[in-house]
Design a protein around this ligand. Structure first.
Ligand code: ATP
Ligand code: MG
Length: 265
C-alpha cells in the first residue's frame, strides 16, 4: 500500500527572516509503521510535522506522500490522506459545537449526513467525549479539547496519522484510552511527544531530532536508553528504562514480580 508511505528527502527549512530550523532531514516511513519523533523544545518537531501534511513547504528537498510529491498543487490530495492532530487543539477546533467540528471533515469529503452522524458518534465515543457533543469547543478544558481534536481527525479515516503531543493535558485514564485507541489504528502514524513512555508504548521506531537534524533513527528502546544520546538531544532516559538501583536491570528487562519501587529507594 504505497499510498500510506511517507518519504522525507533532504528537507531544509527556515521561517521567513528566521534561522535554519530543519537542516537536511531524510527518512522514510513505510505502510503501517508507527514512528515516534522526540527532541528538545525548539528542535523542529512541529515544523517537521507541518512539512508532512503540506502546511509548510521545504526551502530545499521534498516530501512525498505515497507516490505524490507535496506541492501547492497536491495539497488537496495530501490533506485527504494525512490527518493531523495539532499541538494546540485551538488551531483545529473552530465550529460552534463539538459535533459539528467532528462532522466537518467527513461532510466536506462528501459523506451523507446520516452516515456522518454515526461516524461522529463512534469517533467521539472512542475518545470518551460523546457527552461533550453539544458543547462549544472553545469552552472545553485542555484535555477535553485534545480528545475532540483527535476524534475530529479520526472521523476523516486518514491513511496516515500525524499527532503532535497527543497526551498533553490528558488525565491518566484518558491518556491510556488514547494510547489504546492509537494502538488500534493500523495505518501509518507519526507521533511527536515529550511523553517518552507513550512513545515506548506505541512506536517500535523513533527518530531523535536535534537542532533540526536527525541525531538518531532506530529501535525506540535502544535509543531512549542511550543516556549520552538523550543528554545530547536535551532529553532524559525514561524511568522505565533506567537501571534498577538494587539489581542493575531496567524495568523493561525485569521479570514479572520484580519490585519497581526499588528504583526509587
Ligand atoms: N511561525 C514561526 N515563525 C518563526 N519561527 C518559528 C515559528 N514556529 C516555530 N519557530 C521556531 O522554529 C524552531 C522550531 O520550532 P518547533 O515548533 O518546530 O519546535 P518543537 O520541536 O516542536 O518544540 P516544542 O517541543 O516546544 O513543541 C524554534 O526555534 C521556534 O522558535
Ligand atoms: Mg512542537
Amino acid at each position: 500500500m504505497s499510498h500510506h508511505r511517507l518519504a522525507v528527502q533532504n528537507v531544509h527549512f527556515a521561517y521567513p527572516g528566521g534561522e535554519q530550523v530543519l537542516s537536511g532531514l531524510s527518512f522514510e516511513i513505510g505502510h503501517g509503521d508507527s514512528v515516534g519523533v522526540v527532541g528538545a523544545n525548539g528542535a523542529g518537531k512541529t515544523t517537521l510535522l507541518k512539512h508532512l501534511n503540506g502546511i509548510l513547504l521545504p526551502n530545499q528537498g521534498h516530501v512525498t506522500v505515497g507516490d505524490v510529491r507535496v506541492t501547492e498543487g497536491s495539497l488537496a490530495h495530501v490533506r485527504q490522506t494525512v490527518g493531523t492532530v495539532f499541538q494546540d487543539p485551538d488551531d483545529q477546533l473552530f465550529m460552534p459545537s463539538v459535533f459539528e467540528d467532528v462532522a466537518f471533515g467527513p461532510l466536506n469529503f462528501g459523506m451523507d449526513a446520516q452516515d456522518c452522524a454515526s461516524r461522529v458518534q463512534s469517533c467521539l465515543e472512542q475518545v470518551g467525549a460523546w457527552h461533550l457533543k453539544d458543547r462549544a469547543p472553545h469552552q472545553l478544558s485542555g484535555g477535553e479539547k485534545r480528545r475532540v481534536a483527535i476524534a475530529a481527525v479520526l472521523s476523516m479515516s486518514p491513511g496516515i496519522l500525524l499527532l503532535d503531543e497527543p497526551s498533553t493535558g490528558l488525565d491518566p485514564k484518558g491518556r491510556r484510552q488514547i494510547i489504546d485507541l492509537l494502538k488500534g489504528f493500523s495505518h501509518s502514524k507519526v507521533i511527536v511527544s515529550h511523553d517518552l513512555e507513550l512513545v515506548r508504548d506505541l512506536c517500535p521506531r523513533t527518530i531523535v531530532l536535534c537542532e533540526g537534524k536527525v541525531a538518531a533513527d532506530g529501535k525506540t528502546d535502544a535509543l531512549l536508553m542511550d543516556a549520552a544520546l538523550m543528554d545530547r538531544a536535551g532529553l532524559e532516559v525514561p524511568a522505565s528504562l533506567r537501571p534498577c538501583l538494587s539489581c542493575g536491570k531496567t524495568n523493561a528487562l525485569q521479570p514479572a514480580g520484580h519490585d519497581p519501587q526499588a528504583m526509587l529507594r
